[in-house]
Design a protein around this ligand. Structure first.
Ligand SMILES: Cc1cc2nc3c(=O)[nH]c(=O)nc-3n(C[C@H](O)[C@H](O)[C@H](O)COP(=O)(O)OP(=O)(O)OC[C@H]3O[C@@H](n4cnc5c(N)ncnc54)[C@H](O)[C@@H]3O)c2cc1C
Length: 190
């Protein structure tokens, strides 16, 4: 049985200057562009008028449990592509922090994996055999979208109310976005 750690890797992000370029049309202030003025303008957009943030784009590769990935899927302004358990076999399991100390979770995952294999040997298609897999089964996919959509999603999913694994993956994303878009996402680290 393979255990995998949740992760989020930033694959691509556009320069924030695209946002300031677009946003400066309101003021016809392209000739005033400078590092300092751009940073002020971005802070203004983040607080007062988020629509220019839609000119940006970022894309992540994410690995997490099945239970966690459904949370990201709820955010309608982000685009997502995930592995299909109809066509691919499992790629391991994510163990939630709270269950790491007890051994039962590993037994449960073993049973689930063995049941899955038994179904497959018995002739079941992957799309049917997947029904016996636990929600801790790992999935991998891409999540992309603009800074406005990420700000909205990350505010909800980094909250203490979110499920711990979802919070962790969201914090990983916010940390990466904070490196490339510090004016919008600050410099957080997990
Ligand atoms: C801690 C937590 C617990 C949760 N628990 C549950 C649960 O028990 N059960 C459950 O089903 N879900 C649950 N959810 C999911 C939640 O209900 C939302 O589906 C999810 O957070 C996506 O948020 P959203 O719909 O605001 O935004 P998104 O889909 O990300 O959209 C962003 C914003 O765009 C606007 N928008 C998008 N679509 C529309 C629309 N059709 N009409 C009008 N405005 C729109 C809204 O302003 C929205 O806030 C939970 C979420 C969190 C963070």
């Amino acid at each position: 049985m393979k255990i995998v750690e949740p992760s989020a890797t930033l694959l691509y992000s556009t320069p924030l200057s695209l946002i300031t370029h677009a946003g400066r049309h309101s003021y016809q202030s392209h000739d005033k562009a400078s590092e300092e003025s751009d940073a002020r303008l971005l802070a203004h957009f983040a607080k007062n008028d988020e629509s220019p943030l839609e000119h940006s784009f970022a894309m992540f590769d994410v690995t997490c449990s099945y239970a966690c990935h459904v949370h990201f899927l709820r955010h309608r302004h982000l685009s997502e592509s995930w592995l299909s358990q109809r066509y691919t076999a499992g790629m391991g399991f994510v163990v939630p922090e709270a269950l790491k100390a007890n051994g039962y979770v590993y037994d449960s995952y073993n049973f689930g994996e063995q049941d899955y294999e038994r179904q497959r040997r018995g002739g079941a298609k992957k799309q049917d055999a997947r029904y016996v897999l636990p929600q801790g089964v790992a999935v991998r996919g891409s999540i992309s979208g603009n800074a406005r959509a990420f700000l909205n999603m990350l505010a909800l999913r980094t909250s203490k109310k979110a499920m711990p694994e979802t919070q962790h993956v969201a914090l990983l994303m916010r940390t990466e976005l904070g490196k490339v878009w510090p004016e919008l996402f600050g410099e957080v680290s997990v």
